[in-house]
Design a protein around this ligand. Structure first.
Ligand SMILES: [Ca+2]
Ligand SMILES: [Ca+2]
Length: 111
């Protein structure tokens, strides 16, 4: 598996600032990893399998897919950027660690 070298990148948005461009690049690289059969579409089972194999948390997949059962790269990017914009509470094009924490706390409260 090549997971070990890419795992750190996949989990990078833990405690760092992230720009919109980085978010898009992150979505791109994540899409490539999730599309395990390389047909240009990621399905929920595909995404779940990769996340679980990496020992990751499913909430990212859950948030990105929403009610969709499969996503194209364009849809995946749009969803990732929508999440980014939602987290960027002061709309300066960067999601800081503090903003991410805040967004996470808000989501936890809403559930
Ligand atoms: Ca696929
Ligand atoms: Ca911000």
């Amino acid at each position: 598996m090549v997971v070990s070298s890419t795992q750190a990148q996949a989990q990078a948005p833990a405690a760092q600032d992230m720009t919109r461009q980085q978010a898009q690049q992150f979505a791109d690289s994540l899409f490539k990893r999730l599309d395990t059969n390389h047909d240009g579409t990621i399905t929920r089972p595909e995404a779940d399998a990769v996340v679980q194999a990496a020992g990751g948390r499913g909430h990212m997949v859950e948030r990105t897919f929403g009610t969709a059962q499969s996503l194209t790269l364009a849809q995946f990017e749009a969803a990732a950027l929508a999440l980014f914009d939602a987290d960027d509470s002061n709309h300066d094009g960067t999601v800081s660690a503090a903003e991410r924490e805040q967004a996470r706390a808000l989501r936890t409260q809403q559930r």
